[in-house]
Design a binder for this molecule. Sequence first.
Ligand code: AMP
Length: 234
Amino acid sequence: MQDETVVGNGTSGQTNTPPPKIIIAGAPCSGKGTQCEYIKSEYGVFHLSTGDMLRAEVAAGTPLGIQAKKYMDNGQLIPDELIINIVKAKVTAPEVQARGWLLDGFPRTAAQAKALQDAGIHADLFLQLNVPDQILVERVTGRRTDEATGRTYHTVFDPPPPEVASRCIQRSDDTEEKIKTRLNAYHQAINAIEDLYQHVRTQVDGNRKKEHVTHDIKSAIERVIQLNKQKRQQ
Ligand code: AMP
């Protein structure tokens, strides 16, 4: 999967504490990408983003990418059987188990959540980033992605610098029509899986300055690390 480099201080690797295992859910443009960058650099976990992985497959023109593209272009989920085994293999890889993981964009259906459970893959924390739909539509339609770095900008709130602007593109699923379909898909996904994660769920208001969002996320992760430490000591 793309973006698995371990960077930052790798806090969890400094002790014998089991590393955090986190699922993050957030609608398109909820700020999830920014917060994932923070979590990855602060805690050294593997970031496993199914959206990034699938976009890389599409760009490389692999058989999976060719199949996935028609769903992705329409803002629809790709079929469970195309994604479940890939994610299970990634999460259970020894280096990922050792570092801890941040699963981003998965699970999105009850079948995907059940597949994780059946494989004994349990998260310590289910982070849910909440932002009202109408704000998300504004954010998504102005979003531009730098193809070279993956960094995102906003035409109004965070325009790309001139030297980068020419290589920024609008993702094919970032139009108003498609964002509405993707938001429906997101709400359906949350409805399908939230009950399974209620015992580890932290909801975060994502409609605030990113520093405040990060602060709440940090508190939730620190709590999990403390709990894991206590369990290890018992
Ligand atoms: P994202 O960047 O997470 O919004 O994902 C972009 C697109 O990739 C989604 O709209 C889906 O078409 C596809 N996708 C990503 N993750 C999944 C998943 N867990 N199940 C099915 N489709 C997915």
